[in-house]
Design a protein around this ligand. Structure first.
Ligand SMILES: [Zn+2]
Ligand SMILES: [Zn+2]
Length: 100
């Protein structure tokens, strides 16, 4: 059994659960409130997807017409005047880094 692999998976699951509990980071940022049921969005950067940073977004802000996948990253960032990185930084300041 690969214990170290399992441990990091558990840490990651806990982190995801914390994110999901907090709710949509964009709803929080634009004043819709905390605790909107959310999904995990992976930031697509160079590198390994398994280690990609993640932010919590509600289904609308994730896949909906006003969401990052619905609008596309560029239009999304223009619409809210926020970059994915801004949301990631905010997520980290609210919830803490993975493993943190
Ligand atoms: Zn939202
Ligand atoms: Zn996504």
């Amino acid at each position: 059994m690969d214990l170290s692999g399992n441990m990091s998976l558990i840490v990651q699951r806990k982190h995801f659960a914390k994110l999901a509990d907090f709710g949509c980071i964009l709803c929080y940022k634009i004043g819709y409130g905390e605790g909107t049921p959310s999904e995990i969005h992976h930031l697509r950067k160079a590198g390994i997807r398994a280690n990609a940073p993640v932010i919590p977004l509600c289904p609308e802000h994730h896949r909906g017409n006003t969401g990052i996948h619905g609008l596309g990253k560029k239009a999304f960032e223009r619409m809210y005047d926020l970059t994915e990185d801004d949301l990631l930084k905010l997520t980290h300041s609210m919830i803490g880094e993975l493993n943190g």
